[in-house]
Design a binder for this molecule. Structure first.
Ligand code: SF4
Length: 474
């Protein structure tokens, strides 16, 4: 059992979240039509919005203006991400935790939760189960506990990459874990991870103190706020931020997420790789305060506004949300979703259709299989992708932006989505999904403007259909 890292802040760490400033921005009068049009026009040029511009969109009360925001977000999503949706699965590794977050089933004071840390053999069994379904990208999730040291996390990452199953392999491992110190991040970085996620949960200082007892590690607001700055300093340039919506005013959290992104951009030359916006859900032994629960309508505004604010940052929508909400919100700018999700510890190798609250952090609302989600995406004209090329070719952080901003990425993302989709159709898909899948590949192929590239992609698709060749990416 190792010890937890010292709670040292990064040099130059600062508390850049000014509650009073953000609240004042939200108290200004609703913007007029001209101001809204100006902000929307700016976002369509793919420039990030300022916090004040985002606040103007959040102060809109006129449903007609909301519709303008929704439509502009749809347009920007198409312009930057096309119709691609990247897929992944979460894998919970351990739920021992020193913290006592009042909204979480895994909090240390909850006597009813079953505690477990997966062994290497358990991890292999879970990964094999995920590979048998066709997954290629996973995120490992850990509580905050001495057991889950940087070395333990790194060893788990190695176990995942080493686990193969026929054509099955995991090609990208992201991490959602407690903040580390710079030395710890270096250990995890060297294990070959993709994105490191740390969510602030709520950026509102008083609310943060209310839900995170001061005598716990997570009770230290600034140590957590500084977490991804330490990660960047340790060489992890793909970081993921997030807030748990439902703890405080959702509009405040959106402004604070944008502020956090601009802070990382200003300090490290690159903003967050992804933003997550989970809505609070029921959890074992948690008595939810409903005061700030986000309605489905406001949730659509939340996603659309984030899309407009940060054009090149991935937006992650999870199985916390129902299939119906996910289907509706996808078009507003979501770029990544999980599918076939089980958050129960050991839930993939033991796969059932029932949830197990004593072994889960919260309830999820979308228990569909990966194959069912794939088919619905394709039927809705989305192009599912398991692409992992950028991270494996070092196109991360600032380097990724060199490709993303001028639009080169289109010449890489769509071809890579097509080859990863074909792999899925050949190796894992049900006949119904294969039938709609090959059709969308034909349609998307014809949309590739460059004849030479189109030919190259056709060649690779044939290789996947006719041989054992796999993992063909640009
Ligand atoms: S939210 Fe995370 S840190 Fe807080 S109690 Fe739950 S597992 Fe622990």
């Amino acid at each position: 059992m190792s010890t937890l890292p010292d709670m040292a802040l990064s040099a130059g760490a600062s508390d850049f979240i000014d509650d009073a400033k953000l609240c004042a921005l939200l108290k200004l009068p609703p913007p007029d039509a001209a101001e809204v049009s100006d902000v929307l026009a700016k976002s369509l040029t793919k420039q990030p919005l300022t916090v004040a511009e985002v606040a103007a969109l959040l102060r809109c009360t006129d449903p007609a203006q909301h519709e303008q925001i929704f439509e502009t977000a749809r347009q920007l999503k198409r312009d930057v991400y096309g119709n691609r949706i990247v897929l992944f699965a979460p894998l919970y590794v351990g739920n021992h935790c020193m913290n006592d977050c009042q909204y979480c089933a895994f909090r240390r004071s909850n006597p009813d939760v079953e505690r477990q840390s997966l062994t290497d053999a358990d991890v292999r069994a879970e990964v094999e189960a995920l590979e048998r379904e066709g997954h290629k990208r996973i995120i490992l999730v850990f509580g905050e506990h001495p057991q889950y040291s940087p070395e333990f996390i790194a060893r788990t990452v190695h176990t995942v990459y080493e686990t193969r199953n026929g054509q099955g392999e995991i090609r990208r491992v992201n991490i959602n874990a407690a903040p580390l110190d710079e030395a710890g991040y270096k250990v995890v970085h060297q294990a070959g991870i993709g994105t490191f996620q740390v969510f602030q949960e709520t950026y509102h200082h008083a609310t943060y103190a209310r839900y995170h007892p001061a005598n716990t590690r997570k009770g230290d607001y600034l140590y957590r706020l500084d977490a991804l700055s330490r990660a960047q300093r340790a060489g992890i340039d793909d970081v993921g931020i997030g807030a748990l919506f439902g703890l405080y005013d959702w509009r405040f959290e959106v402004l604070a997420l944008v502020e956090h992104g601009l802070y990382l951009q200003q300090r490290f030359g690159v903003g967050p790789h992804t933003i997550s916006f989970p809505r609070i859900q029921q959890a074992l032994g948690v008595d939810l305060d409903e005061q700030y629960i986000v309605s489905d309508y406001d949730f659509k505004r939340l996603v659309a506004t984030l899309r407009l604010a940060v054009p090149y940052t991935g937006l992650i929508l999870t199985a916390r949300e129902s299939p119906e909400i996910r289907r509706e919100v996808l078009g507003f700018g979501v770029s990544q979703i999980d599918a076939g999700t089980r958050i129960e510890l050991g839930g993939y190798s033991r796969r059932t259709n029932a949830q197990c609250p004593v072994r889960e952090q919260f309830r999820i609302a979308d228990m569909r299989s990966l194959d069912d989600v794939m088919r619905e995406l394709i039927e809705d004209e989305y192009l599912p992708s398991f692409c992992t090329a950028c991270y494996r070719l070092g196109r991360t952080g600032e380097h990724f932006m060199e490709f993303a901003i001028p639009g080169f990425i289109q010449n890489l993302c769509t071809p890579n989505a097509l080859t990863t989709l074909m792999e899925y159709l050949i190796d894992y898909a049900s006949p119904a999904t294969r039938a709609v899948g090959v059709k969308i590949i034909e349609r998307e192929l014809e949309k590739i403007p460059q004849a030479a590239l189109r030919e190259k992609v056709k060649q690779r698709l044939r290789q996947i259909q006719e041989t054992d060749a796999r993992d063909l990416y640009f």
